[in-house]
Each structure stands twice: as C-alpha cells, then as structure tokens.
Design a protein around this ligand. Structure first.
Ligand code: AN7
Length: 354
C-alpha cells in the first residue's frame, strides 16, 4: 500500500527538527496539487509553462495550515493554554481548527463585516471565540500583539516565526513536483508572510542541496491595498480581495528582501484584473480559488501582456485559498438563473435539443 501523505512536519522532518513526532498537531496539511494551466498558458502572447499550486486543497482550505501545524505544535509543547490571532479570515479558520486538534482555547479578532462568510463559519463551527472589532485588520493585529506579549496566550499570526517556518514547505513541494524551481513564482501579498516564507523555503532547499537555481519572487498586491508598492502605510485599504485588505504588512521588509534578492518585484493589480483572473481560472481551467488568490494569475497576465516573457519560462502561481470560502463573490459578479416548469420538454428546450 502506498503510504499516505502525513503532513508537512513528518514529510519534511529534517527541515523542522521537531523533537517529538507524537506531539505534532496536524490535519495532514500540504501535499497539495500542482495543476497545469495549459489553456490559459496557450492564450498568452507567448507560450509559457504555467502551473497553479492549489493551496485551497489544504484541510481548512488555505495555505495557512502549513504554518499553523508548526506554530500550534510548538505552542502546545511549550504548555500554552490558548491561541490568539488577528485575521482577514483564513488565519482564524486555520487557528480554530488546529486549536481543536491541540485542545486549546482559540480567540480570533477580526475586522467587523470584512471577512468572507465561509471563513467566519469555520471559526464559529470550531468553537473559537470570535471577536469582531470595529476597525481594520491592522488594528486587530496591533491589539493581539499587545495581548499576547502580556498574557499567557500564544500568538499565531505570521509574526510568530514558527508560522513562516512551516509555510516554507510550499517551496519544497513545488520543487519536488516540478523537478526544479520555476523561473517565476507569483503570489498574492497581504501581510507579506507567505512571500517571505516561500523565498526562505527555496533558499533552505538550495542549502540542503536539493535545488540549484532559485526563482524570481513576484509579489502581487491589490491596487487599493498596496503599501509595499507605494512605499507607505495605507490607512484605509480597499479591495474586493478581502484576504489581502491590509495596509501595514508585518513582513514588509521580508517581502522587499525576497523581491530584491531573487531578482523579482512587488507590484499591484486592480480589482478588475483580479476578477478577470478569478473567472478565467474557474471557467477555463476548472480551478476555483478565492479572489485574493487570483491576484497571482492577474499579476502573471499583466506581465505577459506587457511582453514580459520571452517564451518557455516555467511559472508557478500560488492559489492561496479555496473559492468556496467566499461564494458571495460569485453571486455578486455573475448570474445564472434559468427557471422552467417541471417538465422534461421545458428542460430540453433550454438545452436546445427540443
Ligand atoms: C487567501 O488570514 O492575513 O501575504 O489573516 O488569506 O502571507 O499575508 C490572510 C492572507 C493571500 C496573503 N491569500 O498572505 C489572514 C491573512 C489568502 C490569504 C494572503 C492571505 P500574506
């Protein structure tokens, strides 16, 4: 029998040095598909090799699980009794689930009315204490950082280095699946932990002798929430990609370093470009990701249309979260309603077969 995937900490144990395998808190995260996007790639001005790392296939539907397994395992091993995080949604969903696995209380602090319903449902169903603040993610993060520094509660935002250490695993998997690093790796940037961690992952793999050439890291922000691109904090970030509606990213410097050291860049795309990419993935490739995730394809399309590829480049996009997290975006941007009397002839007439 083929051994089942055991989760990133067991699969990549030598990169984590966790002393007690029995006390790993896991939902068998990672091992996500690297999906070829041949139809989209063929329609670009020049053909490239394009793949999506579909992080929506993680247990709670986003890449956050990679960091959460490590952060919660270590917090539990240190004797933590509770976890806390601020979140635009996915971190809270993941923390809530891993908190259940570890038997810890979980407090999540979220911007009121600004996280998608699916993510809120996850935090609630896993019995986290959900605290909505009348403010932004950035304010919520400042609050939980203070609370965690003065109380015995483990902070599981990506300012916790264990989170980023776990999230390196996405780079390990991409290299293992592709046989090498891609030439370009596009990913959405919000709090900027993921680009920092992915870059660290490629570097750790190279130091371990499993990789020679490194990719260029291409971080994509939403135009209305693009502090790193603008070079200053955005006081009122706005984008329909609620997961990356962040005005003052915690790993700002990490993102700048990743872009500079890899020969990549951080740039922005409009909400219209994000939506176009979101619908392309769903309608042309059968891949349903959440809006923030589609920023990575939007960024890739923008570069392609500007003549930024010469042809044949290997490109990977991280699709950070599942589309089911945020069904409202579908209903807001697309309609499909055909009603007929309940008779076969009526249904056939719609099919055009009369
Ligand atoms: C789907 O859950 O910040 O640049 O609190 O959920 O590492 O922050 C989520 C971020 C991209 C940005 N795509 O990653 C949170 C949170 C999705 C996300 C990002 C997030 P970072």
């Amino acid at each position: 029998m083929k051994t089942a995937w055991r989760g990133i900490m067991a699969e990549y144990a030598s990169f984590f040095g966790f002393p007690a395998p029995d006390s790993i808190v896991t939902l068998q995260e990672g091992g996500t598909p690297l999906i070829p996007l041949d139809r989209i790639a063929r329609e670009l001005p020049v053909p490239i090799s394009l793949h999506a790392k579909f992080e929506g296939a993680n247990p709670t539907g986003s890449f956050k699980d990679r960091g959460m397994t490590l952060a919660v395992s270590r917090a539990a091993a240190r004797g933590a009794r509770a976890l806390i995080c601020a979140s635009t949604g996915n971190t809270s969903a993941s923390a809530a689930a891993y908190g259940v696995r570890a038997g810890l209380r979980v407090f999540v602090v979220i911007p009121e009315g600004k996280i998608s319903r699916g993510k809120l449902a996850q935090a609630i169903v896993h019995r986290a204490t959900v605290i909505q603040v009348e403010g932004l993610f950035d304010q919520a993060l400042a609050i939980v950082r203070e609370v965690a520094s003065t109380h015995p509660i483990a902070l599981v935002n990506s300012v916790n280095p264990d989170r980023l250490e776990g999230q390196r695993s996405v780079a390990f998997e991409i290299v293992d699946q592709l046989g090498s690093a891609p030439d370009y790796h596009f990913l959405p940037v919000g709090n900027a932990g993921n680009i920092t961690a992915s870059w660290a992952g490629y570097n750790a793999y190279r130091e371990a002798g499993r990789l020679s050439a490194l990719p260029r890291m291409m971080g994509v922000q939403a135009e209305g929430a693009a502090p790193i691109v603008l070079g200053h904090v955005v006081e009122k970030p706005e984008t329909l990609a609620s997961a990356i509606r962040i005005g003052n990213p915690a790993s700002w410097q990490g993102a700048l370093d990743a872009a500079r050291d890899s020969g990549g860049t951080i740039f922005s795309v409009s909400d219209e470009e994000i939506l176009e990419a979101y619908h392309l993935l769903a309608s042309r490739e059968g891949v349903f990701c959440e809006p923030a995730s589609a920023a990575s394809l939007a960024g890739c399309l923008k570069k392609a249309r500007a003549g930024g590829f010469s042809g044949g480049e290997r490109v990977v996009l991280t699709l950070t979260g599942h589309g089911l997290k945020d069904p409202e975006t579908v209903f807001r941007t697309q309609t499909s309603e055909i009603r007929v009397p309940a008779r076969k002839e009526e249904v056939l007439s719609v099919l055009g077969f009369s």
